[in-house]
Write a protein that binds this ligand. Structure first.
Ligand code: ADQ
Length: 447
């Protein structure tokens, strides 16, 4: 969404996987234009997609970068495919580039892109934004190929992280593993290159989301839910069904709310909307079973003939419907165990009405907690604390809710999607050119 908004305004080329697979070699790059945006799309071989995306991206990098070493699988075949697919993307992108293009690569699936483009002689400035966390160096070095990926990162001109914590971890790695330097203003020298790294938190289009929440369609969808609540309060949770989002912790905290605060029984409903995600990955199938078991247990324990405490919904909704649900909810609960930013929290704040805003309870491990002054910040591992803070949020007076919301919306506006795009592109445009420098290739082997 964020990248598309950036391209729609300025125009440019969006390049990536088409979403299609083939059983043999990927055909021609499909190129077409819509409005100011040209699209370049490449199919992937089914087996490559499985190793590149389902394997190395989502079962190696995703868990490791979210500090879940216990869930990370290190497979040399997957890694070789990850590099090969990135090389294929670079080879297909290079002929579509024009003079003076600036290239902005998004996320962990594409870390080697700058290396591969430089290998093809591309001199353009290239930036990279990591949407997910960067873990402490002690975790990074468990990856057998961490030196090659670090070398890939050093091939960029600008590297954007979500938070200062990620930058701190990156600096730690640069100093201890690459014997490089990184100054407070973000100038990095490592592996014979100079580039810039800083925290540029992603945001949302606040006005767009608020307008959507007030639309007739969103209001109607919300009203249909409201009619079923019979005046009870509503807590909302919305995520992809992912182990980083702390959904089990959230349900356990809600169970404690029911157990320790009997006044909340029959007084509140918790609506947890979990969109199915990465269903081919075994850890996600396990998670789904476990969350469903927990949801059944809570409802089995606390439901009464005319009231069910938890509505667990395993599907995705349109953004419009979600915006309406956010506006009508009294509390939004975000319990990520580790999260780059968490746009749900920002969307919840944007959807609120100034006169009667809801309260946000957010994990300290979600990147957005760093600038959401006014949110109730919790440790999701401490279920009793989350239950206690949920209770506080539910009984909070309107004056305090308004005062907290004003502070939150200020942070959300200051760090909105336009600020993110502008800050990144400004860095990409302004930084010191580094085309005279050579990337020192790191041997392609485990280190
Ligand atoms: P995600 O892990 O996908 O993003 P998040 O930032 O919360 O997490 O964004 C999810 C988006 O999907 C939100 O816009 C939300 O409204 C939508 N969504 C979630 N559940 C949905 C459902 N059931 N139905 C419909 N829509 C749903 C990654 C990183 C984050 C980082 C973002 C952006 O993991 O940390 O904030 O990229 O950089």
């Amino acid at each position: 969404m964020g990248v598309h908004a950036a391209l729609r305004d300025a125009g440019g080329l969006w390049f990536g996987w088409s979403g299609e697979t083939t059983s043999d070699s990927p055909g021609e790059t499909k190129v077409f234009r819509t409005g100011k945006v040209t699209y370049g799309l490449v199919d992937l071989r089914e087996a490559d997609l499985e190793a590149y995306y389902g394997g190395f991206s989502n079962r190696t990098l995703w868990p490791l970068l979210h500090y879940r070493l216990d869930l990370a699988t290190f497979d040399h075949q997957w890694y070789a495919t990850y590099r090969r697919v990135n090389r294929l993307f670079a080879e297909r992108l290079q002929p579509l580039l024009e003079d003076n293009d600036q290239i902005w690569i998004q996320d962990y699936h594409l870390i080697p892109m700058a290396t591969e483009l430089r290998r093809l002689g591309v001199q353009a400035r290239i930036g990279f934004f990591l949407h997910i966390p960067w873990p402490p160096a002690e975790l990074t070095v468990t990856l057998p190929w961490h030196r090659q990926l670090a070398s890939d990162i050093c091939a960029y001109d600008v590297v954007g992280f979500q938070t200062q914590v990620d930058v701190r971890h990156f600096r730690q790695y640069v100093v201890s593993e690459l014997q490089g330097t990184m100054s407070d203003d973000g100038a990095v020298r490592a592996l014979g290159r100079s580039f810039h790294a800083e925290a540029i938190p992603i945001g949302i289009d606040v006005d767009d989301f608020a307008t959507m929440a007030g639309s007739r369609d969103a209001t109607n969808q919300a009203k249909r839910v409201k009619d079923t609540l019979h005046g009870r309060g509503l807590i909302i949770g919305v995520d992809r069904l992912d182990y980083t989002k702390g959904i089990q912790e959230r349900l356990r905290a809600f169970e404690l709310l029911m157990q320790d605060y009997p006044s909340q029984r029959r007084a509140v409903t918790f609506m947890q909307i979990s969109a199915p995600s990465r269903e081919q990955v075994p850890e996600y199938a396990d998670l789904r079973r476990s969350v469903e078991g927990l949801a059944g247990h809570i409802n089995g324990t606390y439901s009464e003939a005319d009231w069910v405490p938890l509505r667990y919904i395993n599907r995705s909704y349109s953004r419009r419907a979600l915006s309406g649900f956010f506006r009508m909810s009294d509390v939004c609960l975000v319990t990520s165990l580790r999260d780059g930013m968490n746009l749900v929290a920002l969307e919840y704040v944007a959807a609120q009405l100034e006169d009667s805003p809801g309260a946000l309870v957010v994990s300290r491990f979600a990147g957005c907690a760093g600038y959401l002054d006014g949110a109730i910040v919790v440790n999701p591992y401490d279920h009793a604390q989350v239950a206690e803070q949920l209770h506080s949020a539910l009984i909070m007076g309107v004056e305090e809710r308004r005062e907290r919301w004003r502070r939150m919306i200020e942070g959300v506006r200051k760090n909105d999607i336009h600020a993110w795009r502008n800050r990144f592109l400004k860095r990409l445009t302004e930084g010191t050119p580094s085309t005279d420098e050579v990337v020192s290739p790191v041997p392609y082997a485990a280190s």
